[in-house]
Design a protein around this ligand. Structure first.
Ligand SMILES: [Fe+2]
Ligand SMILES: [Fe+2]
Length: 169
């Protein structure tokens, strides 16, 4: 199972004084769109919260309020950890044929989140944080959501034996 929680302690460390300036150019924003819905209520609900938290982190970076971003990180990690765990249990229950690729997508997200944590809490560098959050969002769109769509398709086609995660949104 892919886990991020052990890194949350570092987020709670007292903030330092060093704060580098934001690099030029707009910070990426992310908004929930109906096209992102997978038609599985539980997954869509978790994805919506992740998108909302990611966007709030983007806004914190854009407004140069790194402390606001740091405050959001524990919840983001908690939701992402729980979401990956929920999906990986479904993957196992369903014997999902794309299990290996899907879990690799989760695993590959971990260093991207660590880069964001490090940029915000250790480096306190808004430019690095901007790059890190943009990279994570790109990974979300290019791999995570694509793999989730394959899982959702199998869930929709599966008999009603998948617990609370099945059903339309
Ligand atoms: Fe996933
Ligand atoms: Fe997901």
């Amino acid at each position: 199972m892919v886990r991020l929680q052990e890194h949350s302690l570092r987020i709670l460390a007292p903030p330092g004084n060093c704060l580098t300036t934001l690099t030029q150019g707009p910070v990426m924003r992310i908004f929930w769109q109906d096209s992102m819905s997978l038609g599985i209520a539980a997954l869509d609900c978790e994805h919506r919260e992740l998108v909302l938290l990611l966007d709030q982190i983007c806004v914190a970076i854009q407004s140069r309020n790194i402390q606001a971003g740091i405050t959001l990180l524990p919840r983001f990690i908690e939701v992402l950890d729980s979401h990956f765990l929920n999906e990986e249990m479904l993957i196992e229950t369903l014997r999902h044929p794309e299990a290996e690729d899907h879990i690799a997508g989760h695993r590959d997200a971990v260093p991207l989140v660590h880069a964001l944590i490090s940029a915000m809490t250790e480096e306190r560098d808004l430019g690095q944080a901007e790059t890190a959050v943009s990279t994570f969002i790109a990974h979300l769109f290019t791999r995570l959501l694509h793999q989730d769509a394959l899982l959702a398709r199998q869930l929709r086609d599966a008999p009603a034996t998948c617990g609370s995660a099945s059903g339309s949104s």
